[in-house]
Design a binder for this molecule. Structure first.
Ligand code: F6R
Length: 626
């Protein structure tokens, strides 16, 4: 999605804006731009298509633009093709060419999100004589701010408030007004934006890494709130224009956590962080009172009484987080006896649900900003149903709006393809399953202690899986030209395959499918040809033989088989061509281990194809539009 930055202080703004935008590159983008003001002078706007380095080169790494107040943007096209005209910043006045250069416009702004009623608003603005030079919804937004500013003459906050009331959709908006040099004004609804401050500077960004080199003190601007930024001060306002007091949050993790730390790609670094971050997440919720260990959810206020009241669980999420939900479904239902239903958030939000009032809706999201997941959460709340979120980004919208927020402790995840956040989400789901099973009386003390020890053993076992990486690298080099890859498994193994297949296709661009192994012969098996790679996940003892038979059916039609199973199951080599072994762990929790070779396989195939592993084409890290 788009990335936004803003700076007002005593230093040259443009290099700081570029540095901030580079930290948001992971969000995916196709063009970039900045607008900088030098004192009272009009804003200078510079925009380029393609990578950020094109913009950096054009303005000599920022040195060519004088001024200490500015805004910047990386665009991920939604309305209109990637072009200089459609790139941000946009201006309120008429302009020629692509809207670059010195602009005398009253309002200059950048926006992340989608304005749903932009066509209706555009028609209105055209009737008022405004001329549009781009196809974007953002230009409509900027011109609307200009219109209300001139019409009511109530100042920037009043103009923003009137605009917010008029638009439908989501936005993180940052604007500069010609009449207010040295200031940035911002407004937000449903799109991420944070504001950071130190003694002499104020920063604005879509995400924390963009400002971490300058400050750790951030404010979270709420929905339908506005902010006024000047070098030493930041004020927040509600829709009535009244000031709102905000607490500063200090970011605990440091900028280094968001750097590559010696690895070639963020994805590889994040794969290797999994032993640590899964342990950090376990330690957050497992307490040891000296005599015995127990799971403790007091951190987010989920009580025994709450759990006793739940008679149904719904899980809503997108992408990999939905895959966590798929796995959690098997584990939770078995350990708690509570029926669990998992749905893609984008479906859940539009289905005419007959939701059980005693249900718990669990929303899983790394970013905490995914538009569909947020909408699913709100739908549950409108229906009076309790909500629990499993979220990584502290202070994100989903985290703030949910009744119970169970944070994962994955740290900043930069690579677009999730790895460590996925693993931490699984850990949270397993902790919930075990504790709920205990409260429901289905897990006795002995079994409870056993499950806790098994969970605590996961981090070192992930470490052991990583030691095998050279074998996977070798195997990946053989299959880097594959046309199709199939991932098959049953039950929990099927859920693992869903994630393995997504990792493969999103970063290697090789077509792949995850199939419930028993479903293959109902159609898909016709796609198996000589040499097609079929990866089977074989971690569940009672389903092992069944999935292996399905793999053999593929082999007899020419497939090449890779099998993942636990150490000791060496007979698998009688059937498969390439076997990968993972350490033994309680079968409910095996997903945390079986996914490691699949993450590595996707990674190495992508590298051997020479692709951009961390920023795969067409994808964005945080999907704040539906
Ligand atoms: C895939 C991936 C995506 C996300 C999905 C949800 O590697 O990262 O499928 O899992 O876009 O994002 P969050 O978890 O931020 O809601």
């Amino acid at each position: 999605m788009c990335g936004i930055v803003g700076y007002v202080g005593n230093k040259q703004a443009a290099p700081i804006l570029l540095e901030g935008l580079s930290k948001l590159e992971y969000r995916g983008y196709d063009s970039a731009g900045v607008a900088v003001r030098d004192g009272e002078k009009a804003a200078v706007v510079v925009k380029t298509t393609g990578r950020l380095k094109n913009l950096s080169e054009k303005i000599d790494n920022g040195k060519a633009l004088a001024g200490t107040c500015g805004i910047g943007h990386t665009r991920w096209a939604t309305h209109g093709v990637p072009s200089r005209e459609n790139a941000h910043p946009h201006v309120s006045g008429n302009c020629t060419g692509s809207g670059s250069g010195e602009v005398e416009s009253l309002v200059v702004g950048v926006h992340n999100g989608i304005i749903e009623n932009y066509q209706e608003l555009k028609a209105k603005m055209e009737r008022h004589g405004y001329v549009f030079y781009s196809q974007t919804d953002t230009e409509v937004l900027i011109k609307l701010v200009d219109y209300y500013y001139k019409k009511y003459q109530g100042g920037p906050i009043d103009a923003l408030a009137k605009t917010i009331v008029r638009v439908r959709g989501s936005y993180a908006l940052a604007v500069m007004f010609k009449d207010h040099p040295g200031k940035i004004f911002a407004a937000r609804k449903d799109s991420p934006m944070i504001i950071g401050k130190n003694d002499s500077e104020v920063f604005l960004a879509s995400d924390v890494p963009a400002i971490l080199n300058h400050t750790r003190d951030v404010y979270y601007i709420g929905n339908l709130e506005m902010a006024e930024l000047s070098p030493k001060e930041v004020s927040f306002y509600n829709l009535d224009g009244d000031k709102v007091q905000k607490e500063v949050t200090t970011i605990e993790w440091d900028a280094e956590a968001a750097e590559k730390g010696g690895f070639e790609h963020f994805m590889m670094k994040e794969i290797h962080e999994q032993p640590k971050v899964t342990m950090d997440t376990l330690k957050k919720y497992i307490k040891d009172d000296g005599k015995k260990k127990h799971i403790d959810f007091s951190d987010f206020g989920l009580t025994k009484e709450d759990i006793e009241g739940f008679s149904q669980i719904y899980i809503a999420a997108c992408g990999s987080a939905w895959h966590v939900g798929m796995q959690a479904q098997y584990v939770m239902e078995e350990l708690t006896d509570i029926p669990v239903r998992v749905e893609l958030a984008s479906e859940f939000r539009y289905r005419k649900n007959k939701l059980n009032k005693n249900a718990l809706v669990i929303v899983i999201s790394q970013s905490g900003e995914t538009a569909d997941s947020l909408a699913a959460l709100r739908l549950a709340k409108e229906n009076g149903i309790k909500t629990l979120s499993i979220v990584n980004v502290v202070g994100s919208s989903i985290a703030r709006e949910t009744d119970y927020c169970m944070y994962t402790v994955a740290g900043p995840e930069i690579s677009v393809a999730t790895t460590k956040a996925y693993s931490c989400q699984l850990i949270c789901a397993f902790l919930l399953a075990v504790e709920m099973g205990k409260v429901k009386g289905l897990i006795d003390d002995k079994k409870y202690a056993y499950y806790i020890e098994e969970l605590l053993s996961i981090p070192s076992k992930i470490e052991a899986c990583l030691e095998n990486k050279e074998r996977i690298q070798w195997f990946a080099s053989k299959y880097s030209n594959a046309r199709d890859i199939f991932f098959i498994g049953r039950g929990i193994d099927y859920a693992i395959c869903l994630e393995g297949s997504l990792k493969m296709k999103e970063i290697s661009y090789i077509h792949s499918e995850a199939y419930a192994a028993g479903e293959l012969k109902h159609g898909t098996i016709s796609l198996i040809e000589d040499g097609t790679l079929v990866v089977g996940s074989l971690t569940q003892a009672d389903l092992y033989e069944k999935t292996l038979s399905n793999m053999m059916e593929c082999k007899s039609r020419g497939a090449y088989l890779m099998g993942i199973t636990t150490f000791g199951k060496y007979d698998v080599e009688d059937s498969v061509n390439f076997a990968v072994y993972i350490p033994k762990v309680d079968e409910h929790f095996v997903g945390n281990l079986a996914i490691i070779p699949l993450q590595l396989l996707g990674y190495y195939i992508s590298v051997s194809r020479g692709l951009d592993v961390d920023k795969p084409r067409n994808l964005a890290k945080s999907v704040t539009v539906e």
